[in-house]
Design a protein around this ligand. Structure first.
Ligand code: SF4
Length: 709
């Protein structure tokens, strides 16, 4: 009887960028006691994956941080009060700044907190505290898509809406295992009434590949020559959309470039025979058919991810598959607020979708936020890897890690232990004091989590949705937003953030900042407007709201299915899209006689999330997914090595070795092995190479040796 709910509210799920809305069942005190997926939300249509269903469990974990902790001279943590914690933070970082300057410390943040908090962190650190560097873990996730879209369209603009899954005739999934990573989006495909042809391009015969009409088992990193060969065939056969091409620049150079990329010329590099390539070229360029391309980390986490994403964009531009229902070069983001980070984190881009280098943008931000102009840097931050390199060289002396866990998740993670020794001061702000990163901190700040605070996320299809506080944080844990207010006050810059009294007040400031940018959301009134509208996709300028004033009922269709570039006008100075291309580069670490296998890493289960910081706290999620890493290896490779199912095997790279159980998987190609990324040891093996444009890590391919342990 005590658990009978007396009311409900809604909140966007706090894991992946699908952005499902959950209905939270509340007791009389407003505390969530259970949840269910929201039936009519235009994203999830009444569905949720296991992580969403279990979203409340991690809040009750026994290892929640309940008090600030400070490292003692003996190396232990001692509990301290907030006043002491804040004083320690301010004293240590001010000391570093006075001795070493404004480039001597950095923050590392996340796509897991609401964008009001992200913006507060980025603005406080850069404008208020005067430090120059900070980046978010979206660098590990979406940086490639951001750079690709910016260069091609003039703005970071995923053009699609999820309804496109249900309106395509041909759906091409590239390096995207939706059945595992985005199961609700897979269900959107299943609902497509047009009986679409589903094609999966992936080295592994993933769950999604097995459910598709066609699987192309690509040689890892063979995708760039494959897409150039498709362009070659489409141009050769005259199957281009001339109207779309009129709205692009760079086509003549591209036409010349792809002349050398015949299907026969790339068959070896791609692992796909030329007949299959010819057929695929035909399938993705058929006049009158709606073709959509969707990619995730198989493209983004690559040393040439930006050019690969742009090769897909180029195909869509050439065939007119953009801006219409069921089309698009569509990047699916990873984290619940990856898109919010891209627009508001104040790291690579100036807050609100602006450029640090643009004087008019700096003036606008100064005027709207009331920040002194000379407090706004004129250049962006170092990227994540460059921050860590600078720390390794001893140039970055202090690091503030907020709601992310790089000591597990960063590529070649073994290197971070030595790097830690170089840091004078490491602060970790997190829900849990037990993460790999929190365990090596000098100061730990206990934070509230999803379900304990307010704010907004922006999902993959650019939809803004709200989250609600339906639980009280344990002990002295505080919402990140409140922690930032405490620190602003103690630093002495709180007057700059006077109007940021709570997340919704900050939202209204950030909303005004987007005026006249592609991501203009000045038409949104408040949080209630977002909730009543079923979420709101950007752009949503004031002009969309007047006259007459919209109601949810009469604008719901318009609000729930909005895509970009219907007029083939882009955000570049000329209004045209730009075709980019480069010759494929050799892999940074190909297999050889000593390290003969290629290691792929990725999501292993729909029940676990990233470093398992939260999902491992749920009994049910733990039962649905193994906690320890396992190595997927082709049975014939295993037989040659004398390895049987479940045998312990040693996986060694040039950087480290780990022992895991063997899982014989005919879904693997010979010579390739796969490890799920959720085990903390996996990144001891990965190779630290990066995309030159986006600085995104190349998690997906390094050379390893396999032997019985
Ligand atoms: Fe939806 Fe993603 Fe949450 Fe699962 S994790 S319920 S797919 S938003």
């Amino acid at each position: 009887e005590r658990l009978k709910p007396v009311g409900t509210t809604t909140s966007i799920c706090g894991y992946c960028a699908t952005g499902c809305q959950l209905k939270l069942h509340l007791d009389a005190s407003g505390r969530a006691i259970n949840l269910s997926p929201q039936a009519h939300y235009p994203v999830n249509l009444g569905m949720a994956c296991p992580k969403g269903w279990q979203a409340l469990d991690p809040l009750d974990a026994p290892d929640r941080g309940t008090t600030p902790l400070r490292r003692t001279a003996q190396g232990d943590f001692e509990s301290i009060d907030w006043a002491t914690a804040v004083e320690t933070f301010v004293h240590r970082f001010k000391s570093i700044q006075q001795r070493h300057g404004h480039h001597s410390a950095a923050f590392l943040s996340t796509g897991q907190i609401p964008f009001e908090e992200m913006a507060f962190l980025g603005c406080l650190w850069k404008f208020g505290m005067g430090f120059h560097h900070g980046d978010a873990n979206t660098r590990q996730c979406m940086a490639t898509a951001v750079s690709a879209y910016k260069q091609s369209f003039g703005f970071d603009a995923p053009p699609y809406t999820y309804a496109d899954f249900e309106e395509s005739d041909v759906i091409v999934l590239v390096g995207a295992n939706l059945c595992i990573a985005h199961p609700i989006l897979w269900q959107r495909i299943v609902r497509n009434p047009r009986s679409p042809k589903i094609i999966v391009i992936d080295p592994r015969a993933t769950e999604t590949a097995q459910a598709a009409d066609q699987h192309l088992p690509l040689r890892p990193k063979g995708d760039l020559p494959l897409y150039y060969a498709l362009a070659h065939c489409i141009i050769r056969d005259g199957r281009i959309d001339s109207n779309s091409l009129e709205r692009t620049e760079g086509f003549e150079e591209f036409r010349h470039f792809v002349r050398d990329y015949s299907p026969a010329a790339v068959a070896e590099a791609t692992g796909i025979d030329s007949d299959t390539i010819e057929t695929l070229a035909h399938q993705v360029s058929e006049p009158g058919k709606r073709v959509s391309w969707w990619w995730t980390m198989g493209v983004n986490q690559s040393y040439e991810g930006v050019r690969t994403a742009q090769a897909i964009i180029n195909l869509c531009l050439m065939t007119g598959n953009i801006g219409r229902p069921g089309t698009g070069p569509n990047s699916i983001t990873g984290q619940c607020n990856a898109m919010g980070s891209r627009l508001f984190s104040n790291t690579t881009s100036l807050v609100g979708g602006h450029d640090f280098a643009n004087p008019e943008h700096r003036l606008k931000v100064s005027r709207i936020l009331g920040i002194p102009l000379d407090a706004i840097p004129s250049s962006p931050s170092l990227a994540y890897d460059q921050i860590l390199d600078a720390a390794e060289r001893g140039e970055i002396k202090g690091l503030w890690i907020v709601a992310t866990n790089p000591f597990h998740s960063w590529i070649d993670s073994g290197r971070l232990a030595a790097l830690r020794e170089k840091l004078e001061f490491l602060v970790v702000q997190d829900m849990y004091s037990t993460t790999e990163s929190a365990q090596v901190a000098d100061l730990f700040l206990p934070a509230a989590g999803w379900g304990e605070k307010q704010g907004c996320f922006i999902n993959s299809e650019r939809r803004i949705g709200t989250l609600k506080a339906v639980r009280t944080p344990p002990g002295q844990a505080l919402a990140d937003f409140r922690i930032f207010r405490l620190l602003a006050h103690a630093w002495g810059c709180d007057s700059w953030f006077d109007s940021w009294t709570d997340p919704e007040a900050a939202f209204l400031q950030l909303r005004d900042l987007t005026l006249d940018r592609p991501c203009d959301i000045t038409g949104i009134r408040d949080y209630q407007h977002i909730d009543q509208s079923g979420g709101i996709q950007w752009p949503y300028p004031k002009s969309m709201t007047t006259p007459p004033h919209p109601t949810h009922a009469d604008r719901v269709g318009e609000l729930t299915e909005r895509r970009l570039f219907a007029d083939w006008n882009y955000y570049t100075p000329t209004g045209k899209a730009r075709i980019h291309f480069s010759p494929p580069a050799p892999p940074p670490e190909p297999p050889n006689a000593d390290f003969p296998f290629l290691l792929l890493t990725g999501r292993g289960s729909s029940s676990q999330w990233h470093t398992q910081t939260r999902t491992a706290k749920s009994d049910i999620l733990r039962k649905l997914s193994p906690q320890e890493a396992y190595l997927e290896i082709h049975p014939e490779d295993a037989a040659i090595l004398g390895i049987a199912a479940n045998d312990p095997v040693k996986v060694s790279s040039r950087r480290g070795e780990i022992i895991v159980a063997a899982y014989l998987a005919p879904t693997m190609q010979r010579g390739q092995v796969f490890l799920p990324m959720h085990d903390r040891r996996v990144n001891q093996l990965t190779h630290p190479s990066f995309d030159a444009h986006s600085r995104q890590p190349n998690y997906k391919a390094c050379a390893v040796q396999i032997s019985s342990a």
